[in-house]
Design a protein around this ligand. Structure first.
Ligand SMILES: CC(C)(COP(=O)(O)OP(=O)(O)OC[C@H]1O[C@@H](n2cnc3c(N)ncnc32)[C@H](O)[C@@H]1OP(=O)(O)O)[C@@H](O)C(=O)NCCC(=O)NCCS
Length: 282
């Protein structure tokens, strides 16, 4: 029977969750975000059905930098290896390019080899590897180092530190929000400054903001760069501030000189992600 890709409906929830509840040992986040994703107009969800039964899903989201973000692809174990995830991916590329997106991106845990093979099949290329670091318990600010929130007048100075940094180059020019990557365009940097999410200390810059998914909240450093001692000071200062955080996560591109400095300060790697990307023409 020929598989069909179509927009998701509320009635797809039950058949999809019947297998998604077992993905990743029962720790998949999809059941917690399904309702939010169904009503979120910034993205669109799709289902692939075989013989009238939904056996897979995915979502494409339109981000503020003009890129399209692909996520939440899940295929029933009995239907894998038949090209269904690739059909969903091709459909999302069509939808996203019709919306004007010229870059498509997605991420996957560095250990998820099945996903890596599948995305290679639809000609996504690895552009960066990111390690996600967490601070030691009870992290304290670094001495008397002054940290300030960047203002609009700091835009050019912030852009210079960010755009000339190793982290910008190694990290494919993106910042992370949750598990989503957004290009650090001048507009995006300016917006983060206006929102009060950019912090500076000496020659270092951090973009930090709260993350949220379902009932869980976390503190995240979405991008960090600059002179290592000052950058570590920024990370410690940000993570030592009060407020509920189920996790504290700093996204650092692999190969960054900051990794050694963070490790010496007691930060530990929690997991790693690969960023994949392709353009409209592949
Ligand atoms: C990753 C996943 C979405 C792939 O779905 P899929 O429909 O099997 O993928 P496709 O059939 O389109 O692509 C198949 C490719 O993936 C590989 N593959 C994925 N799952 C496979 C399986 N169970 N058996 C054999 N090959 C598999 C194959 O190597 C194949 O590549 P090939 O054509 O070069 O041999 C699916 O395995 C899944 O739902 N996994 C659990 C959730 C997950 O990891 N999602 C991705 C998060 S980023």
């Amino acid at each position: 029977m020929r598989p069909i890709v179509r927009p998701a409906r509320d009635s797809d929830r039950e058949p999809l969750m019947s297998f998604i509840k077992n993905v990743w040992g029962g720790h998949d986040y999809i059941p917690h975000v399904w309702a939010e994703w169904m009503s979120d107009r910034r993205g669109r969800m799709f289902v692939v059905e075989v013989g009238g039964t939904p056996v897979g899903m995915n979502r494409v989201r339109f981000l503020e930098d003009g890129s399209a973000w692909f996520e939440g692809v899940r295929i029933h174990p009995d239907y894998r290896g038949r090209g269904l995830a690739s059909m969903l991916g091709e459909n999302s590329m069509k939808v996203a390019s019709a919306k004007g997106a010229t870059v498509f991106r997605l991420t996957s845990n560095s250990r998820n080899r099945q996903a890596h093979r599948q995305v290679a099949r639809i000609r996504f290329n690895e552009v960066s590897r990111i390690s996600v670091y967490s601070p030691p318990d009870g992290v304290k600010p670094l001495g008397r180092m002054a940290i300030k929130a960047a203002g609009v007048k700091d835009l050019l100075a912030v852009r210079k530190v960010v755009e000339l940094s190793k982290e910008f180059v190694q990290g494919a020019g993106v910042m992370w929000d949750g598990f989503t990557a957004i290009s650090l365009t001048p507009d995006v940097i300016a917006r983060r400054i206006r929102e009060g999410s950019v912090f500076i200390a000496k020659d270092a810059v951090a973009i930090a903001m709260p993350g949220k998914e379902g009932n869980e909240v976390w503190s995240q450093i979405c991008f960090l760069c600059g002179e290592p001692k000052a950058a570590v000071g920024l990370a410690k200062g940000i993570f030592s501030s009060k407020g509920k955080a189920d996790w504290k996560l700093a996204y650092i591109p692999q190969g960054s000189p900051l990794i050694g400095a963070l490790r010496r300060a007691g930060f530990r790697r929690s997991f790693s992600l690969i960023l994949f990307q392709r353009g409209v023409k592949g």
